[in-house]
Design a protein around this ligand. Structure first.
Ligand SMILES: N[C@@H](CCC(=O)N[C@@H](CS)C(=O)NCC(=O)O)C(=O)O
Length: 217
C-alpha cells in the first residue's frame, strides 16, 4: 500500500495541486478515484467516511484524512521540508497567494472551465461572461506580479505556485484560455514549473476515469 492515498478525479484541478506536489516530491502515493459524476461525493456515506464538506481532494496519510488543497499542501511542505519558506514574513506571503488562489484565481477560472466544458447543461452565456471577466481580473494580477519574477514568492517554487498552477495545464479546449497567446508571464511560469523534475500534466497524474466522460453529457 502506498504511503499517501489521494481521493481525486481526473478533471479536478484542486486534486491535481496535491498530486503535482506528491509527484514533484517523489512521494509514494496512489490515487483513489472518486466517481464524482456518478454522485459519489454527494452520498451521505462518502461525506461521513471521507469528507463532510463533500469535496476532493482528500489526502490520507498515517491515519489522518486531510482536506482543502491549501492545508494539504502546507502539511506536505512541512512533511517533506520542500516548497516552503523559512521566515514568518515569507510564510505569510505564501498564504496570501494561496488564499487569493482559493477565493479569486482558481475559483473563477475553474468555475468558468466547468460551466463551459463539463456542466450539464452548460452554463448560460451571461454567467460564462461574468466568470470570464472575474477570471481575467485575477489572471491580470498574477501576470503583473510575475513580471521580473520566476516564481510567486522568493527565488524558487513554493506551494503558492503549486496551488495557483493547478488549473493552468488543462487543455485550452476545456479552459478557453490560450495562455501562450494572452498571458506571456503566466505562460513562461507554467513552462518553468513544467521543467521541474517529477512534473506531469493533470491527465497523466490523475488517472482512472475517462476524461471525456462529462464533456459528452
Ligand atoms: N477549496 C477547496 C475546493 C475543493 C473543490 O472545490 N473541489 C471540487 C472538485 S475540483 C469538489 O469536490 N466539488 C464538489 C462540490 O462542490 O460539490 C480546495 O482547494 O480543496
Amino acid at each position: 500500500m502506498a504511503e499517501f492515498a489521494l481521493h481525486c478525479f481526473p478533471q479536478s484541478g484542486n486534486a491535481y495541486k496535491v498530486a503535482l506536489f506528491l509527484s514533484l516530491a517523489g512521494a509514494d502515493w496512489a490515487p483513489i478515484v472518486v466517481d464524482y459524476f456518478g454522485g459519489e461525493t454527494r452520498t451521505s456515506k462518502w461525506r461521513e467516511t471521507v469528507n463532510e464538506m463533500g469535496e476532493v481532494p482528500v489526502l490520507e496519510h498515517q491515519g489522518q484524512k486531510l482536506s482543502q488543497s491549501g492545508i494539504i499542501l502546507d502539511y506536505l511542505s512541512e512533511h517533506f521540508g520542500v516548497f516552503g519558506r523559512k521566515t514568518p514574513e515569507k510564510k505569510r506571503e505564501i498564504w496570501r497567494w494561496v488564499l487569493f488562489d482559493n477565493h479569486k484565481f482558481t475559483s473563477y477560472f475553474a468555475t468558468h472551465r466547468w460551466l463551459r466544458s463539463f456542466a450539464v447543461p452548460l452554463g448560460h452565456p451571461e454567467v460564462l461572461a461574468f466568470l470570464r471577466n472575474r477570471a481575467d481580473g485575477a489572471l491580470a494580477i498574477v501576470e503583473k506580479h510575475l513580471t521580473g519574477r520566476s516564481f510567486l514568492v522568493g527565488e524558487g517554487p513554493t506551494i503558492a505556485d503549486v496551488s495557483l498552477l493547478g488549473y493552468l495545464y488543462f487543455p485550452v479546449a476545456e479552459t478557453g484560455y490560450d495562455l501562450s497567446a494572452s498571458h506571456p508571464q503566466i505562460y513562461a511560469w507554467t513552462r518553468r514549473a513544467a521543467a521541474l523534475p517529477g512534473w506531469r500534466p493533470p491527465y497523466q497524474l490523475l488517472t482512472g476515469l475517462p476524461t471525456e466522460r462529462l464533456a459528452q453529457g
